[in-house]
Design a protein around this ligand. Structure first.
Ligand SMILES: NC(=O)c1ccc[n+]([C@@H]2O[C@H](COP(=O)([O-])OP(=O)(O)OC[C@H]3O[C@@H](n4cnc5c(N)ncnc54)[C@H](OP(=O)(O)O)[C@@H]3O)[C@@H](O)[C@H]2O)c1
Length: 248
């Protein structure tokens, strides 16, 4: 394997660190010299395993913190979580939920909204302070190609990711001319627990390839389709007439 190119990201805060793609990104960051991680996740055991792995394999300093976005959003929506000072803030938490149930159960629809956008708002608000945005840094947020067009099969998830994308795009533009770079990742299918039995394996990118793609240009800001070919594909999908789009 080729030697990893060293990068200037020395410290990383991850919300949703037990996600398959977050784990791949943490390993790739550590291989390239990132020495400090703060891992925030719902599954404490899996989070601890990742922490030990990063410590033992790369000698990184790792702290962990539990959160359940559904519980936090419901119990105290105005709370201000501590987000410390990190070179990179990575947000990968998200959930497809039960799309079929959400069609008839507003509770499930609202849980999908909470896991993908409203539950993230306290964290995004705590990160995007005027003082932090005035200093060099990065925020990478995982959205989805599902944000680009409502589809019969997952429109609550798509709506949540569309809201997340618009919110982060506003933040991206607020950071124009500032040293703080916002990057919105519109991911296509990835081979992770989220897509098991739901996406054709041939169309699924590996989390490791997505991590490498991201770190090839660590200072990029803007909206990224990953893998890149989802960009022209989604352009076509957005142009499809309704009778064809209804079959997606
Ligand atoms: N896989 C795809 O094809 C795909 C495509 C486009 C976009 N994305 C987006 O990419 C990101 C990473 O997903 P992934 O594919 O790596 O899937 P994943 O492995 O299922 O990861 C999802 C992560 O979100 C966390 N999460 C879900 N609900 C939560 C809650 N209520 N509170 C706290 N954490 C919660 C999960 O925590 P637990 O470990 O505790 O469940 C897990 O860490 C997500 O935002 C997803 O929407 C994925």
């Amino acid at each position: 394997m080729a030697a990893a190119v060293a990068i200037t990201i020395q410290s990383t805060f991850v919300l949703g660190s037990t996600s398959a793609v977050a784990r791949a990104i943490c390993h790739e960051l550590a291989r390239r010299g990132c020495q400090r991680f703060h891992l925030v996740a719902r599954n404490g055991e899996a989070n601890q395993q990742l922490a030990v792995d990063l410590q033992q394999r790369y000698g990184a300093a790792v702290t962990t913190e539990p959160t359940d976005l559904l519980v936090d959003a419901a119990s105290d929506p105005a709370r201000r979580p501590a987000v410390g000072a990190f070179d990179l803030y990575l947000i990968t938490a998200g959930s497809l939920g039960d799309a079929e149930l959400a069609r008839s159960d507003a509770g499930e629809a609202l849980r999908i909204l909470a896991a993908n956008v409203t539950g993230l708002i306290p964290w995004l608000t705590a990160i995007a302070t005027p003082e932090r945005l005035a200093r060099p840094g990065r925020l990478w947020v995982f959205s989805s190609v599902a944000a680009d067009r409502g589809r019969p099969s997952n429109y609550h998830y798509g709506a949540a990711k569309a809201a997340l994308t618009t919110l982060c795009e506003g933040l991206l533009l607020r950071c124009h001319g500032k040293p703080f770079a916002v990057r919105i990742i519109k991911a296509g299918f990835m081979a992770t627990p989220m897509t098991v039995g739901k996406a054709p394996p041939a169309l699924c990118a590996s989390p490791e390839s997505v991590a490498r793609d991201l770190l090839r240009r660590p200072d990029k800001r803007g909206i990224d389709y990953l893998p890149w070919w989802w960009s022209p594909l989604m352009l076509l999908i957005r142009l499809l007439p309704a009778p064809i789009a209804a079959k997606l």
